[in-house]
Design a protein. Sequence first.
Length: 250
Amino acid sequence: MPEPLLLTEALTRRFGALAAVDGVSLAFEEGRVHAVIGPNGAGKSTFLNLLSGELRATRGQVRFRGLDVTRATPDELSRLGIGRSYQTANLFPELSCADCAWLAAQSRLPSSMRFFRPAERYAEVGDRAARALDVCGLSGRRPALAGQLSYGEQRQLEIAMMLATEPTLLLLDEPLAGLGHDEALRVVALLTEVARGRTVILVEHDMDAVFSISDTVTVLVDGRVLERGSPDQVRNSAAVREAYLGEEIA
């Protein structure tokens, strides 16, 4: 059996006496969409922050492609090929869509902090940025300022910026949060396209979206794994239904 792309072993994060993530051991297979769901306060975002290096683990280990990255910083993880989106779109509001995607693509160059070479000479950077905008349906919005986009378009741009870094693993934190019905449908369609051939860890409250695009679903409750399985297994789990205290999960 091939080694999982990402592996957590007894991963724990404590805030004083509270264990927000409590001994989570999970394997994330390459090329699959793995959703992490649970009631409010279950530890989902904390778990994602541990994977992206924005929080340090109290105990346990994270391994990416067999490499121990438990103490790696967010920029180190990004260079290794881990992309991250946030509950609130994380953009450069005063820059155009084209410039936002360009900066993301340029960050992958070994010489990304050398500013005296004309940027237009980096043809591959422009190509990656253009491809990312095209995939995300924003090729016609290249001159528009990021801060003037609709919220749904800002979500699309954030995903484009992530794709411009050519990540191996995508960490998506509630990509549908705050979206209206039509915008949510558009972003779900985008996520379905983006997920093809990529490894995705998805934290999301919209269960219709979760079950439509995920290969595997893990349920966290009180920082611990309650259930892990296919969408149908999780949907039909009595333990999961009880944990949601009557919340609809189908």
